[in-house]
Design a binder for this molecule. Structure first.
Ligand SMILES: *Cc1c(COP(=O)(O)O)cnc(C)c1O
Length: 372
C-alpha cells in the first residue's frame, strides 16, 4: 500500500474546522420532538415556507433531466422586473453565499485584503481567507454602528489597497441599516463596495440601493430568496453588478450553478408576490411585537432590528443556558458569546403562535432563575 498522504495548501491544513448548525432532523431526534412541534427561530428562515405555487410548479416541471440554462435568462427577466434594474446587471447564484465565494475568487489573490465590519455575517471573511486574502476588521461600536472613519483610515494606511469592503444592510446579527449617506461616502473609497441586502425585504427606511448599481462602477448588491421567499433549502440568490464586472463573473462561474428546481421555485415565487409580501408584513409585525415584549423582560435588552430577527443582550445569566432551556421546550434560538457579541441571543421572527410560546417560555425561564 502507498504511504503518501497528499497535503493540501498549508493555509488550508492549518484552518480550523467549520462547525455548522445541526441538521433539523438530528435536532428533532435529540430533543425527542416531532419536527412539526419544534419552533425553529435560530437561522432566520421563513416559518411560512415557500409560496404554494412553488410546490405546484416543481411537481409540474417536466425537464429535471435537462441541464439548466447557464445564463438563467427567464429568471433574470423576472428578477429585472422585481428589482427594477436591467437583466444585464443581474447574476443568479446557488444562494447569495455562492456569489460571495465567486466574488472573492474573482477579486482576491494571496497578499490581497478585504475589509469587514464585525460583528457581522461570517461568510465574507471565510471566503476571503479561502482565496488566501487577509481580513481587515473594522469593528462596529457598542451599538453596532459602523466606524466609517475607521474604514477610511484602514484604506489609507494599508500597504496595498484593500480590494473589497463588505457591508450588510440590514446587518446580521443586529438588524441595523447602512444609511444611504454613509454608503455614498464609502463609495468614494478606491475599492469594490458589496452591500449584502439579504434581509432588505423586511426593512423600513431608505430602501434598497440596487438601483444605484448601473451608474456606480464600484457597487455590488447581494440578494437572496432564502429569507423573504422561504427558499433557504433550495439555494437561490443573486447579485446586482455593474456591467464591467458582470463580464468577469460570467467567465468564472460554474456553468450550472443554479439548478432547475431553484430556478423554477424562484420564478413561481416572483409570480406570487402579493402572498409572499403579505407574509413579510406579518413577520415584520411579529418582529416588532417581539421586540416590545422582550423589552418588558428585565434580563433581556433587545435591539430594534430591521431584519426578520431580533438581537438581544442577556444580563445576569449565561445566554447559552437560556438557549438550552428554550431548546428543552422545543424552541430553537441562536446564541453568541464571543468578542463584540458577549452573551447575546438572536431570535428569528416566527408566526404569532410561535411568538406566544417563545415569550411565555422566556418569562418562565427568566422568572424562575430570578426567584431561585
Ligand atoms: C442568510 C444570509 C445570507 C445567505 O443567503 P443564501 O442565499 O441563503 O446563501 C447572506 N447574507 C446574509 C447577511 C445572511 O444573513
Amino acid at each position: 500500500m502507498p504511504q503518501h498522504s497528499p497535503s493540501p495548501r498549508p493555509d488550508i491544513s492549518q484552518m480550523e474546522t467549520y462547525v455548522a448548525v445541526k441538521p433539523f432532523e438530528v435536532m428533532s431526534e435529540e430533543l425527542g420532538r416531532d419536527p412539526a412541534d419544534i419552533i425553529k427561530l435560530d437561522a432566520n428562515e421563513n416559518p411560512y415556507g415557500p409560496s404554494p405555487r412553488v410546490q405546484e410548479a416543481l411537481s409540474a416541471y417536466p425537464w429535471l433531466h435537462i441541464y439548466p440554462d447557464p445564463q438563467q435568462e427567464q429568471l433574470r427577466v423576472a428578477l429585472a422586473d422585481y428589482v427594477g434594474v436591467s437583466m444585464e446587471n443581474i447574476f443568479p447564484g446557488h444562494g447569495a453565499d455562492e456569489i460571495i465565494d465567486l466574488l472573492c475568487r474573482v477579486f482576491l489573490q494571496p497578499g490581497d485584503s478585504i475589509i469587514t465590519c464585525p460583528p457581522t455575517f461570517g461568510m465574507y471573511s471565510f471566503d476571503a481567507k479561502l482565496s488566501g486574502a487577509r481580513v481587515i476588521e473594522v469593528w462596529r461600536d457598542e451599538d453596532f454602528g459602523l466606524d466609517v472613519e475607521g474604514i477610511e483610515r484602514a484604506v489609507a494606511v494599508a500597504e496595498t489597497p484593500p480590494k473589497i469592503l463588505f457591508l450588510t444592510s440590514p446587518n446580521n446579527p443586529d438588524g441595523g441599516l447602512v444609511s444611504h449617506a454613509t454608503l455614498r461616502r464609502l463609495l468614494q473609497l478606491p475599492l469594490l463596495v458589496v452591500v449584502d441586502e439579504a434581509y432588505i425585504e423586511f426593512a423600513e427606511g431608505e430602501g434598497s440601493v440596487a438601483g444605484w448599481v448601473p451608474e456606480t462602477p464600484n457597487l455590488a448588491v447581494l440578494r437572496t430568496f432564502s429569507k423573504w421567499a422561504g427558499l433557504a433549502g433550495l439555494r437561490l440568490g443573486y447579485g446586482i453588478f455593474p456591467l464591467a464586472l458582470m463580464a468577469h463573473l460570467w467567465k468564472c462561474k460554474q456553468p450550472y450553478n443554479v439548478n432547475v428546481a431553484a430556478a423554477v421555485a424562484g420564478l413561481a415565487s416572483l409570480d406570487d408576490l402579493p402572498l409572499l409580501q403579505a407574509r413579510v408584513s406579518t413577520l415584520k409585525v411579529e418582529r416588532d411585537r417581539m421586540y416590545t415584549a422582550l423589552q418588558q423582560i428585565p434580563a433581556l435588552h433587545p435591539l430594534p432590528g430591521q431584519g426578520n430577527f431580533i438581537l438581544c443582550r442577556v444580563e445576569g445569566r449565561p445566554a447559552a443556558e437560556l438557549q438550552r432551556q428554550l431548546a428543552a421546550q422545543g424552541i430553537l434560538v441562536r446564541h453568541y458569546d464571543k468578542a463584540g457579541l458577549r452573551n447575546y441571543l438572536r431570535i428569528s421572527a416566527g408566526r404569532p403562535q410561535d411568538s406566544e410560546r417563545l415569550l411565555a417560555a422566556l418569562s418562565r425561564c427568566t422568572e424562575l432563575s430570578t426567584s431561585s
